[in-house]
Design a protein around this ligand. Structure first.
Ligand code: 9MR
Length: 352
């Protein structure tokens, strides 16, 4: 069996591997598989069956530096804004998919996987939804939105953020106020997941939130209780997305524990929107290592490519600088996944 087959690589990963500089270290006398080290994020993540993705903005797809890095490094793509409610259903029953299609079709043509973001969220929600006061009307509108958007990309999205950021910050551990909770009650999340399962049974259905990385936080505990309840009652949920928008200190010490504890409920976990103020290499390495140490942590997405592409651009939180050069955090990330950074000329970099 050839090497790539033996590694169980998907087609996308194979392409990524071929595109990358691949270093094969000699096999051991014990017959253990050869260690293969790739020199791009996506190809290296694929070595352990994971993906490494980025948020993509349709408006930047004409920028060659941007797309050059996108296609070289990443094997999963999340639309940064283009699949949100305000973009896809700006007025009731009238759906627009132009920019979302642009991202989805481009990714598919290049063998990159797609994450769906996001179906039900209190933010970037058109005013017409926010002003609905009748529960039956809102339930119908929510279900129709989920079904229509999921149908559009049916079978093409590996994981969907079905509900985003429904829990409150602070110490309550409860759901935040939103038109969905206030009009439909807290059961709106269950309703959304059930509708999503019928719409695209092949997609992993995720609950996605920020500030749920520290195990002892009330918000983390609130989400954990919800997922535990869903699993115990057979409500369809497949994964928890931890956004991982970190300050310069990086992940909390309990991050890996949090990932493991969610995974132990029988769901995958994914790091969905990673960025870290000032991008300290150690903070990135710690984050990536936590995921690598948890078998059900199936992938990592960074929230943008270059610092200039970031929603927090003033904090330079990403892996590439404004000119598209790899930052020290890039090498730390690749190394934490077991990869080998290369210098600009394509030879293995000399490690300091
Ligand atoms: O990065 C997104 C930015 O371009 C938008 O202006 C913003 C609007 O709310 O949303 C940003 O992405 C958010 C994501 O969808 C959900 N988690 C928080 C992200 C950063 O705000």
């Amino acid at each position: 069996m050839n090497l790539l087959k033996r590694l169980g690589c998907r087609r996308a990963s194979v392409l990524g591997l071929l595109a990358a500089t691949v270093l094969v270290t000699p096999g051991t006398a014990t017959g253990a598989p050869d260690a293969v080290q790739a020199s791009t994020l996506g190809a290296q993540a694929a070595q352990s069956g994971r993906y490494f993705g980025t948020a993509v903005s349709a408006g930047r797809l004409g920028d060659g530096t941007y797309t050059g890095i996108l296609d070289r490094e990443f094997n999963s793509v999340t639309a940064e804004n283009e699949m949100k409610w305000d973009a896809t259903e700006p007025s009731r029953g009238s759906f627009t998919f132009g920019r979302a299609d642009q991202i989805a079709n481009r990714a598919q043509a290049r063998g990159q996987r797609l994450r769906g973001h996001t179906l039900v969220w209190h933010s970037q929600l058109p005013g017409w939804v926010g002003s609905i006061r009748d529960a039956n009307t809102l339930r119908g509108v929510m279900n129709n939105h989920i079904t229509t958007v999921m149908n559009r990309y049916k079978g093409r999205i590996h994981s969907w953020d079905v509900v985003n950021e429904a829990f409150a910050d602070g110490g309550s551990g409860q759901m935040r106020s939103s038109v969905f909770r206030d009009v439909l009650g807290t059961g709106f999340i269950e309703q959304a997941f059930r509708t999503a399962r019928s719409a695209d049974p092949a997609a992993k259905l995720c609950y996605n939130d920020y500030n749920i990385e520290n195990w002892s936080d009330a918000k983390t505990q609130g989400v954990y209780r919800m997922v535990r309840d869903f699993k115990s009652r057979g409500v369809p949920i497949d994964c928890v997305g931890l956004q991982a928008h970190f300050g310069a200190g990086g992940p909390p010490g309990s991050f890996q524990t949090t990932l493991s504890n969610f995974a132990a409920l029988g769901v995958d976990v994914q790091i969905t929107e990673l960025d870290i103020a000032q991008a300290p290499p150690t903070a990135y390495a710690n984050t990536v290592r936590a995921c690598m140490n948890v078998p059900r942590c199936t992938g990592i997405t960074v929230w943008g490519i270059r610092d200039s592409d970031s929603w927090r651009s003033g904090e330079n939180p990403l892996l590439f600088d404004r000119s598209g050069n790899k930052k020290p955090a890039y090498n730390a990330t690749l190394t934490a996944m077991g990869g080998t950074p290369t210098a600009a000329h394509g030879k293995p970099a000399v490690t300091p």
